[in-house]
Design a protein around this ligand. Structure first.
Ligand SMILES: O=P(O)(O)OC[C@H]1O[C@H](OP(=O)(O)OP(=O)(O)O)[C@H](O)[C@@H]1O
Ligand SMILES: O=C(O)c1cc(=O)[nH]c(=O)[nH]1
Length: 236
C-alpha cells in the first residue's frame, strides 16, 4: 500500500486490517450527529479473533507511544457502551501482554446505557473509578457527543479523565448551534482538548484514509468522501 508508507507501521497495519476486514465501508450512513456520511468506520465489525488482535494492538501501541512521548499515565481504561466495551477490555489485555511491568495492574471499566436496578446495580461495570485516572477508549470521534457523555459519567463516579484514544478522527467540525452546517465551526477534537485539557490521540484520521483510498476505493467513493471532508472540515 504505497500511499500509507508515511504512517507508523502499526498504523499502516491497522488501516490494512480495517480495509481487509471491511470495517471501513462506503455508501450512505446516518451518523449520531444526523450528518449523512459517504463512509463509515464500524468498529463493531472487528469481531473476528485476528481483527480484534489488530485493533487491540493498534490501541495498545498508540498508548505505549503516548507514555514514552508525553508521559501519559492512567489507572483505568474506560470504554463507553457499546462499542467501547470490547475495545477497553481487549486493549487492557494487549497492554499487559506487551508491557506487563507498566500495565500489569491497569484495569478496565465500562458503563451501562441503562442503569441496572437489581444485583450489583448501578451504571458502571468493572473497576470503580473513584479517585482514579481514567483513559477513555472509543471507536471514532465525529461531533464529540459520546466523549462528552463519557467524561461526565467518569466525573460523576469521582474519576479523573486524563485522555481519549480513538481509532479514527473523522476531522469534523462541531455542529453549529443553529443547525446550519455551512457555517465555519471549530473541530470537535480541538474543542474537547481545550475545554477539558485532555490528551486526545487518534490512531488514524480521515486524511490518512483519503490518502490510502486511491489504492482500494472506487473513483466515485473517493470523490464523495473528499466532498464530505470539504463540507464538514473544521475551521481550526
Ligand atoms: O463524536 P460522537 O458524537 O461522539 O459520535 C461518534 C460516536 O457515535 C457512535 O456511538 P453510539 O453512541 O451511537 O453508540 P454505540 O457504541 O452503541 O454504537 C460511535 O460508536 C461513536 O462512539
Ligand atoms: O459519527 C458516528 O455516529 C459514527 C461514525 C463512524 O464512522 N462510525 C461509527 O460507528 N459512528
Amino acid at each position: 500500500m504505497s500511499s500509507t508508507t508515511t504512517l507508523a507501521p502499526y498504523k499502516a497495519d491497522f488501516l490494512k486490517a480495517s480495509i481487509e476486514g471491511k470495517i471501513l465501508k462506503f455508501g450512505s450512513f446516518e451518523l449520531k450527529s444526523k450528518r449523512i456520511s459517504p463512509y463509515f468506520f464500524n468498529a463493531g465489525d472487528f469481531f473476528r479473533a485476528d481483527l480484534l488482535q489488530a485493533i487491540s494492538n493498534a490501541y495498545a501501541k498508540a498508548i505505549i507511544e503516548a507514555r514514552e512521548q508525553i508521559g501519559l499515565e492512567f489507572d483505568v481504561v474506560f470504554g463507553p457502551a457499546y462499542k467501547g466495551i470490547p475495545l477497553a477490555t481487549a486493549t487492557v489485555d494487549k497492554l499487559c501482554q506487551l508491557d506487563p511491568k507498566n500495565y500489569g495492574q491497569i484495569c478496565y471499566s465500562f458503563d451501562r446505557k441503562e442503569a441496572k436496578t437489581h444485583g450489583e446495580g448501578g451504571n458502571i461495570v468493572g473497576a470503580p473509578l473513584k479517585g482514579k485516572k481514567v483513559l477513555i477508549v472509543d471507536d471514532v470521534i465525529t461531533a464529540g457527543t459520546a466523549k462528552r457523555d463519557a467524561i461526565a459519567k467518569i466525573k460523576a463516579e469521582g474519576g479523573e479523565p486524563v485522555g481519549i484514544v480513538v481509532a479514527l478522527d473523522r476531522m469534523e467540525k462541531l455542529p453549529s448551534p443553529d443547525g446550519d452546517d455551512s457555517k465555519p465551526m471549530p473541530s470537535a477534537i480541538g474543542e474537547i482538548r481545550k475545554e477539558y485539557g485532555l490528551t486526545i490521540i487518534a490512531i488514524l484520521t480521515l486524511d490518512d484514509i483519503v490518502a490510502g483510498m486511491k489504492d482500494f476505493a472506487s473513483a466515485e467513493d473517493i470523490k464523495r468522501t473528499e466532498e464530505y471532508r470539504s463540507k464538514y472540515k473544521a475551521s481550526d
